[in-house]
Design a protein around this ligand. Structure first.
Ligand SMILES: Nc1ncnc2c1ncn2[C@@H]1O[C@H](COP(=O)(O)OP(=O)(O)OP(=O)(O)O)[C@@H](O)[C@H]1O
Length: 304
C-alpha cells in the first residue's frame, strides 16, 4: 500500500515556542487516520503544514508523492480537500452556488463539474439544502455543505479538523457515516482530528501527540491493549466474603454502590476469575477498555 502522506522529523517553532517537535509518521492510501491530542498539542499546526497553509521550520513532508519543499503547492492542493473548524463558504450564496464556485476555481469543465456535484450531493445528501443560502443553514447542514465543498474536485485525501464538534448526536452520526462511506467506497484517504474517541476507535491508524511530540501510535486495538484495560464487574452475595476472596487472591478492585470492579488483563482472564468465584456472586458484567481510557491514560501528567 502506498504511503500517501509521509512526514519526517517535522518541526514548527513560533518565536521561542516549539509547537511541533520533530514528529514522523506515514499514512497509507485509502485509510482513515486519526490524529489526536489535547488542546494546544500541535494538531492544527501540523495539519496546516500538511495542507501547505503554513511553513514548517524543518523536516520533510510529502503529500501524494509531492514534496512540499519542491514548489508543488498547486499539485498538493489539487490532491487534498480540507474542512477546517471554521467555514470558508460565502454566507450570501446558496449551497449549490458556493460549491460550483469552488469547483470552477479548480478549473473543472462544465461536465466534470456537474458529475462531481452529483457525486458530492449524493454522499452529503444536499438535495434539501442546495438552493438555500449558506447563512440560513443549521450547524449540521453547514457542515454537510463544507464537506461537499472540500470534495468537489474529488481529492485523494480529505483533511478534517474536528468535523463533528458542536453537532447534535444525530447530525454527528450522519456526517460521520457519510465520511466513512466515502473512505470505504472511493478509497479516499481521510486524515481526521477529533475529540470524540468513538470516531477514532474506527480509524485504521491513530497517532496521539502531546506537547508537540508523538506519545503513542498504532491501531485502535493495539492502543487499547497497551493503555486501556478491561474490567470485570461483580455483585457479591456477601460483601464480607467477596472482599475477603478478592484480597486473598491479590486482585486490584474498586467498589461503587455495591458493585466491585476488578481490573483484568483480558476477557479470558475475566472468565477464569468468574469460574473461581461463581458461588460467591449474584451478577457480573465484563466492561471492555475503550479509546477514552487510552486517551485519558496517555494524557495523565506522568504518563508515557
Ligand atoms: N500563530 C501562532 N503563534 C504562536 N503560537 C501559536 C500559533 N499557533 C499556535 N500556537 C501555539 O502552538 C501550540 C500548538 O497549537 P495548535 O493550534 O497546533 O494545537 P491544537 O492541537 O490544534 O489545539 P486545538 O485542539 O485547541 O485546536 C499551542 O501552544 C499554541 O498556543
Amino acid at each position: 500500500m502506498k504511503n500517501i502522506i509521509q512526514v519526517k522529523n517535522l518541526q514548527k517553532t513560533y518565536g521561542q515556542h516549539k509547537a511541533v517537535k520533530g514528529i514522523s509518521f506515514t499514512v497509507d492510501e485509502g485509510t482513515l487516520f486519526a490524529f489526536l491530542g489535547t488542546n494546544g498539542a500541535g494538531k492544527s499546526t501540523t495539519i496546516e503544514i500538511l495542507c501547505t497553509l503554513l511553513e514548517k521550520t524543518s523536516g520533510s513532508v510529502c503529500i501524494n508523492g509531492y514534496d512540499v519543499d519542491e514548489n508543488n503547492q498547486a499539485n498538493i492542493r489539487k490532491s487534498i480537500g480540507v474542512v477546517f473548524q471554521q467555514s470558508l463558504l460565502d454566507d450570501k450564496l446558496t449551497v449549490h452556488e458556493n460549491i460550483l464556485h469552488r469547483g470552477k476555481m479548480y478549473g473543472l469543465s462544465k461536465i466534470q463539474l456537474q458529475q462531481n456535484y452529483q457525486f458530492v450531493s449524493t454522499y452529503l445528501q444536499l438535495d434539501d439544502i442546495e438552493q438555500r443560502k449558506y447563512s440560513a443553514l443549521s450547524g449540521g447542514q453547514k457542515r454537510r455543505a463544507d464537506i461537499a465543498r472540500a470534495l468537489i474536485h474529488r481529492p485523494q485525501i480529505l483533511f478534517l479538523d474536528e468535523p463533528t464538534t458542536g453537532l447534535d448526536p444525530q447530525t454527528r452520526q450522519f456526517v460521520w457515516q457519510a465520511i466513512k462511506k466515502l473512505q470505504q467506497e472511493t478509497n479516499m484517504t481521510v486524515f481526521l482530528t477529533t475529540h470524540y474517541m468513538e470516531e477514532a476507535a474506527v480509524a485504521n491508524q491513530i497517532v496521539i501527540i502531546k506537547n508537540g511530540e508523538i506519545v503513542a501510535e498504532g491501531t485502535p486495538d493495539a492502543l487499547k491493549t497497551k493503555y486501556a484495560y478491561d474490567q470485570l464487574e461483580v455483585v457479591f452475595q456477601s460483601i464480607a466474603e467477596g472482599e475477603k476472596w478478592l484480597q486473598q487472591n491479590g486482585l486490584t478492585f474498586t467498589v461503587r454502590n455495591g458493585v466491585y470492579s476488578i481490573r483484568v488483563t483480558s476477557t479470558m482472564h475475566a472468565l477464569a476469575l468468574l469460574k473461581q468465584m461463581e458461588s460467591l456472586i449474584t451478577s457480573f458484567e465484563v466492561i471492555k477498555g475503550t479509546m477514552d481510557d487510552v486517551f485519558i491514560s496517555i494524557q495523565r501528567p506522568n504518563a508515557v
